[in-house]
Design a protein around this ligand. Structure first.
Ligand SMILES: NC(=O)c1ccc[n+]([C@@H]2O[C@H](COP(=O)([O-])OP(=O)(O)OC[C@H]3O[C@@H](n4cnc5c(N)ncnc54)[C@H](O)[C@@H]3O)[C@@H](O)[C@H]2O)c1
Length: 258
């Protein structure tokens, strides 16, 4: 039987309190990993509490605002104090901001960057000193970072995250640390639940698979990228979007000619 070979490995997941982060934590625990699940809440979110007693690996919860450099150093010190190293980091925490081009303020831009870009940078800076060769980092981008998705601050932040990921892959490669990016399309989570119905309909028309994605469908790709099964993959970007980004806008033309 093929295994993800993650048993006993320690993986930090940010924004693990709901949505894709919870699914990543759940799958990692099932694969036998020790998951350090982090999010903004002081108390362990309900879904994660249920996981800490499930079979497979283990889960511990720590409060962490990814935009807080001191929080990251505190987390690194806590991990070190337990005598653990870090084998994986999933920079999953992210926020959206839906202002359009002519309405977006510098504050909008800064807040989204603080979480979506600086959060990932701070995580990489804090935890790579605890990583040995064979470790892996997965950054969670977005189809927005591959296209001209209209919410400009969010889109710009995800394009910036791609740049950060590529630099990190180059700089950390010599240490045997891999860095890859997944780009989710429309995934059913609390984030997309707050989107307008017309956004869902219009997006569905752009997805060749004709449906939205589930959180496990992103988590599976994240697990593969954390696993030694992907040991020669670094600096890669994998859309998990039902084909939305691959057609580059050609779908509406094709559909119109059917
Ligand atoms: N859902 C989608 O369709 C979709 C599509 C593309 C990309 N993404 C990306 O996937 C990731 C997860 O998205 P989701 O849909 O699960 O979102 P979500 O809003 O359901 O969950 C995000 C989690 O991140 C946490 N978070 C927010 N700010 C934080 C901070 N400063 N520090 C720590 N944690 C913080 C939240 O508390 C929440 O638990 C994000 O990076 C998002 O941009 C999502």
């Amino acid at each position: 039987m093929v295994s993800f070979q993650l048993a006993g490995r320690t993986v930090v997941v940010t924004g693990a309190g709901q949505g894709q982060g919870t699914a990543e934590a759940r799958l990692l625990v099932e694969a036998g990993a020790r998951v350090i699940a982090t999010d903004l809440a002081a108390d362990v979110p309900a879904e994660l509490a249920a996981l800490s007693s499930s079979s497979g690996g283990a889960l511990v919860y720590r409060q962490l605002d990814v935009a807080d450099a001191a929080g990251w150093s505190g987390l690194a010190q806590w991990i070190q104090s337990r005598g653990w190293r870090v084998d994986g980091l999933v920079n999953n925490a992210g926020i959206t901001q839906r202002s359009r081009l002519l309405d977006a303020s510098v504050d909008d831009l800064q807040r989204v960057y603080e979480v979506n870009v600086a959060g990932a940078l701070l995580g990489i800076q804090a935890l790579t000193p605890l990583m040995a060769s064979g470790s892996a980092i997965v950054n969670v981008g977005s189809v927005a970072g591959l296209t001209a998705h209209y919410p400009v601050a969010y889109t710009a932040s995800k394009w910036a995250l791609r740049g950060l990921s590529q630099v990190a892959a180059m700089e950390l490669g010599p240490q045997g640390i891999r860095v890859n990016t997944v780009h989710p399309g429309f995934i059913d989570t609390p984030m997309t639940a707050s989107a307008k119905p017309v956004f869902r309909r219009a997006t569905l028309a752009e997805i060749p698979l004709g449906r939205t994605g589930g959180v496990e469908e992103v988590a599976g790709v994240v697990l593969f990228l954390l696993s030694p099964l992907s040991s020669f993959v670094t600096g890669a970007e994998i859309p998990v979007d039902g084909g939305q980004s691959g057609h580059g806008g050609a779908k509406s033309v094709s559909d119109a000619l059917r």
